[in-house]
Design a protein around this ligand. Structure first.
Ligand code: NAI
Length: 322
């Protein structure tokens, strides 16, 4: 496969050219990095390059393309690659984006471990596999970490950086700087924890949402409104801790005023839901009234969501913090 950028040092290799790999490739190119996109399925690379081209053109037309370069220039930075050695040669950063399967990822990192030198960062996009399970025993473990993006990464900038206990601090620092450079918003976890930070918060919310619906306290549609028209309005700009700080005369004032009430309510939370049976049927039916679960309706709703996120991202960039 032709790859004019392939031997340039200092580029990025993206391994796995599915949904997340394509987004990473676009993000790296938007900041001027040469990207080699590798996939075990050669056809998948061809498809990925084609869909990146279409998406970048659409983004350019709508004024939403990231970076200072035009779509053609960014596209010229991304090349497909059918050989993993060639893909990682000269790269300063390898972003793994293969399916969420521990054995598959372990095999891939073992393969990369045998190919790469001491300078490259090996980064996994894993949503929930712990670094100790992915990287333990690798010769280059100091250079490994998880950099977990949020879907769709082009519009949702958060990246969770999760080190293995043996990851060198410089690896995290370098990846943090790289993420900032491509316009993402990295956060550092100092140690691994199941679910990382984002999914632990997300699951806490899903869990209580489910219990409230299962107990008939609120309908599924109204429950979603509590987030989208309530908490979510502020959470797009400030987190739960700053919300506490602002909702009283500072954090200590909030704790003084509300801690007893918070603890009382928290003690009433029920057990972990099963997410199955009659409750799952009820929630499913309610969701299908709003968005039927056939591929066309789901895709249309996802496109609408992504357009909303794009507009929100633009608004956030205009509203710089005071
Ligand atoms: P996907 O299924 O869309 O793409 C995976 C790609 O990897 C496919 O193109 C496949 O051909 C390729 N592949 C499989 N084995 C390979 C190998 N040995 N070497 C090279 N390529 C190989 O998956 P998706 O959604 O892009 O997810 C990738 C990773 O990103 C997963 O770990 C997932 O947990 C994580 N992630 C996914 C998010 C999502 O919402 N889809 C969000 C955040 C992280």
């Amino acid at each position: 496969m032709a790859s004019p950028a392939s031997s340039a040092p200092g580029g990025v290799a993206v391994v796995g050219s599915g949904l997340i790999g394509r987004s990473w490739a676009m993000l790296f190119a938007s900041a001027g990095f040469k990207v080699k996109l590798y996939d075990i399925e050669q056809q998948q690379v061809t498809y990925a390059l084609d869909s990146i081209r279409k998406e970048m053109k659409l983004l350019e037309q709508s004024g939403s393309l990231k970076g200072s370069r035009g779509a053609e220039e960014q596209l010229s930075l991304i090349s497909g690659c059918s050989d993993i050695r060639e893909a990682v040669e000269g790269a300063l950063h390898v972003q793994e984006c293969v399916p969420e399967n521990l054995e598959l990822k372990k095999q891939l990192f073992a393969q990369l471990d045998g190919i790469v030198g001491d300078q490259v960062v090996l980064s996994s996009s894993s949503s929930c596999l712990l670094p100790t399970r992915l990287f333990s025993g690798l010769v280059h473990v100091k250079q490994c970490l998880v950099a977990h993006p949020v879907n769709p990464p082009y519009y949702v900038p958060l990246v969770e950086l999760v080190p293995h206990p043996e990851t060198a601090p410089a690896t995290v620092d370098r990846t943090y700087a790289l993420m900032r450079k491509i316009g993402q918003s990295p956060v550092r976890l100092t140690k691994e924890v199941d679910g990382f930070a984002l999914n632990r918060l997300q699951y806490a919310i899903i869990s209580e949402a489910w219990r409230l619906v299962e107990e008939g306290v609120v309908s599924p549609g109204d429950l979603d409104l509590v987030m989208s028209d309530g908490l979510g309005m502020r959470y797009a700009f400030i987190g739960p801790l700053e919300t506490m700080h602002l909702n009283a005369e500072g954090m200590l004032s909030y704790c003084g005023r509300y801690s007893e009430g918070m603890k009382r309510v928290l003690k009433t939370f029920g057990p972990v839901p099963e997410f199955s049976g009659a409750a799952a049927e009820k929630v499913h039916q309610a969701m299908c009234v709003k968005v039927p679960d056939d591929p066309e309706h789901l895709a249309a709703r996802r496109e609408w969501r992504d357009r909303c996120l794009m507009r929100l991202a633009r608004l956030k960039s205009q509203l710089q913090p005071q």
